[in-house]
Design a protein around this ligand. Structure first.
Ligand code: NAP
Length: 284
């Protein structure tokens, strides 16, 4: 069994980004909007700021009060859409219940939507058109590529169908010629599906959901879940139970979670390059 080490892949990605940024004529700009004081959001925004500073981006953190009215956020997003120095805009989720998250996400200019969660970017991904793709699923594809694990022709089973992870990952896998099965909370006999997976992805949020009897011998297991059990972080897979049976597995922590912020860095640079290209075309 070999560990798929997200830290190693993240380090490589960030080093490459840093080198590229040094050659650019201006620093790419990333703006993160946070609403309220959710402690987890504070940690995630902090990680994004650290990444942005480490590769040389301009980072702006805009924080609104928990009770902010939706139209103030909307006006801010429109202002940022029109700000030439801003390449990436991200609204930290979850938003307080009174706000319409989908509407807010869809207001972000598609070329600045570095979370890749707008309907237009999701649709483009489904149609296999190059676009900004959600960071966690893209991180899974990159970690597999780094370890030379091909997905073409493989039987990939994804447990979880969220817009954030499961669905975009299914599109990425399909676009890379995998045979994809998506399971969810209404799937009957989950183990019957997971046992056939050459590559099994668990993106649920339930500790120890995937046990030894549910994985195929010598398969690749990607554990996206983040759960806290007895004050310790763990994934959705019974790690100790499956390690003797599988060929590769991502640890939690230290696996997919490491990749998400690195992929955000990649998306910001991609957005910057696309926008600069667009400006040249508009001048012609
Ligand atoms: P989510 O929106 O809550 O979706 C969970 C999915 O799991 C749903 O599709 C749900 O099915 C399915 N599910 C629930 N119980 C199930 C069961 N018993 N058997 C099979 N499927 C079941 O969660 P998410 O945002 O995708 O996140 C999933 C996990 O990944 C969480 O632990 C989250 O913290 C973690 N995560 C990690 C990263 C990272 O960077 N590592 C990034 C994002 C998320 P239904 O659709 O039928 O409800």
């Amino acid at each position: 069994m070999e560990l798929l080490d997200g830290k190693v892949v993240k380090k490589k990605i960030l080093e490459e980004l840093k080198e590229e940024v040094l050659k650019l004529k201006r620093k790419p700009g990333l703006v993160v909007i946070q609403v309220g004081d959710d402690p987890a959001s504070k940690v995630y925004v902090g990680q994004k700021e650290k990444m942005a500073n480490s590769v040389g981006y301009n980072f702006q953190h805009i924080k609104f009060d928990e009770n902010i009215e939706e139209d103030i956020i909307e006006k801010k997003i429109i202002e940022l859409n029109n700000d030439d120095n801003v390449d990436g805009i991200l609204v930290q989720m979850p938003l307080p219940k009174q706000l319409n998250s989908k509407k807010i996400q869809n207001l972000i200019d598609q070329y600045k939507d570095v979370d890749g969660l707008s309907d237009i970017n999701s649709g483009m991904l489904t149609h296999n058109v190059d676009t900004l793709v959600p960071c966690t699923p893209k991180g899974i594809m990159d970690i597999l590529e780094y370890y030379n694990i091909s997905v073409s022709g493989k039987n990939v089973v994804i447990v979880g169908r969220s817009d954030l992870v499961g669905k975009p990952l299914a599109s990425l896998m399909l676009n890379a010629n995998a045979t994809v099965t998506i399971c969810h909370s209404k799937t009957v006999n989950l183990g019957e599906f997971t046992k056939n997976a050459d590559i099994l992805v668990a993106a649920v949020g339930k500790a120890s959901l995937i046990t030894k009897d549910m994985v195929k011998e010598n398969s690749v297991v990607i554990d996206v879940g983040i759960n806290r059990v007895n004050d310790k972080l763990c994934g959705d897979v019974d790690f100790d139970g499956v390690i003797d049976k599988v060929s590769y597995i991502t640890p939690v922590p230290g696996g997919v979670g490491q990749m998400t912020v690195a992929e955000l860095g990649k998306n910001v640079l991609k957005a910057y390059k696309n926008r600069e290209k667009q400006k040249i075309l508009e001048k012609q």
